[in-house]
Ligand binder design. Structure first.
Ligand code: CP
Ligand code: NVA
Length: 331
């Protein structure tokens, strides 16, 4: 073979990309890294001014192929807090919307900005995109994962009930992207998580097997059941999410039928531990997956949870861009 590149050969991942640190799934973190991100987020929340301009002049590209309130605003606000310039890029305004390959977009943006947050459909597409980027790529939600949400979730549990290891977490509803990241996070933190889903809506079996493996190392556990009462009995925190995620709208009627009996009601919450909290990633559908009396009741920590998206996004941006996971350079 001559040294000339074959013009018909597919593009290969960028060599430098091997060194870029991304956040695409919770399971890409070690338990220590997960704990460090939560610690950074707590410090940022306690003393926000100490982190002002911790990434001076940095630039964050934000690509959102699905709607977002919390993720979009928290990334934008976190970037501003750190002294960065966020750029919200709508796919219909980018060449990607006219067919430019994502791997070309990844390589071009890598030459211009310091990190990319992307919300899209396919996790495989996200991973392929990241393999071409030489800067951190952060998963702002795919059909399969929502790793940024899980950080805010466990930060909120820790704030409300103390250290995470050995605590019991119940998830009632769809084995979706939020459930996947939550169970991976619970396993990393040494928690006992029980998910109650209707038959046919369980979380991915390979992902559950990986989380169980991790839980064996951390002293946690992962259990899947089909009866909400079993999951919630004695739980320290009860979590739910929508029955129909973005992109699944055509399945809505079938899902509403399948999920009857998986509503988080005050009666269900009474089965949990006496000081149990209620969490929801939001947006919530009152009267579907959760009753008004729960989301507006004494158990609910959903507004703290939403706020914690800001501090955990700030921690992720800071750690990935600077490589300083201990927060030694600031704070
Ligand atoms: N929880 C969450 O990710 O909300 P948004 O869809 O509003 O970003
Ligand atoms: N499971 C939901 C989460 C929204 C933040 C969805 O993907 O639509």
């Amino acid at each position: 073979m001559s040294g000339l590149a074959d013009p018909s050969a597919p593009a290969l991942p960028t060599p430098d990309a091997a060194t870029a640190r991304h956040y695409l799934t919770v399971s890409s973190l070690t338990p220590d890294e997960f704990a460090r991100l939560l610690s950074l987020a707590r410090r940022m929340k306690r003393e926000p001014s100490a982190w002002r301009d911790a990434v001076p002049g940095g630039k964050l590209a934000m690509l959102f192929d699905k709607p977002s309130t919390r993720t979009r605003v928290s990334f934008e606000a976190a970037a501003v807090n750190l002294g960065m310039h966020p750029m919200m890029l709508r796919p219909d305004e980018l060449q990607i919307g006219r067919g430019e390959p994502p791997q070309d977009t990844a390589r071009v943006l890598s030459r211009m900005v310091d990190a990319i947050a992307w919300r899209t459909f396919s996790q495989a597409k996200m991973e392929s995109f990241a393999s071409f980027a030489t800067i951190p790529v952060i998963n702002a939600l795919t059909d399969e994962h929502h790793p940024c949400q899980a950080l805010a979730d466990l930060m909120t549990v820790e704030e409300s009930i103390g250290s995470l290891a050995g605590r019991r977490l119940a998830y009632v509803g769809d084995g979706n992207n939020v459930a996947h990241s939550l169970l991976e996070a619970a396993a990393l933190a040494g928690m006992h998580i029980v998910l109650a889903t209707p038959a046919g809506y369980e979380p991915d079996t390979g992902l559950v097997a990986g989380a169980r493996e991790r839980a064996r190392e951390t002293g946690g556990s992962v259990e899947i059941v089909h009866v909400p009462n079993e999951a919630v009995a004695g739980a320290d925190a009860v979590y739910t999410d929508v029955w129909t995620s973005m992109g699944e709208e055509s399945e809505r009627e079938a899902r509403v039928r399948a999920f009857q009996g998986y509503v988080v009601t005050p009666k269900l919450m009474e089965l949990a531990a006496p000081d149990a909290i209620f969490l929801h990633c939001l947006p919530a559908h009152r009267g579907e997956e959760v009753e008004e009396a729960v989301i507006e009741g004494r158990w609910s920590r959903v507004w703290d949870e939403a706020e914690n998206r800001l501090w955990t996004e700030e921690a992720v941006l800071y750690a990935l861009i600077t490589g300083d996971w201990r927060g030694d350079r600031a704070g």
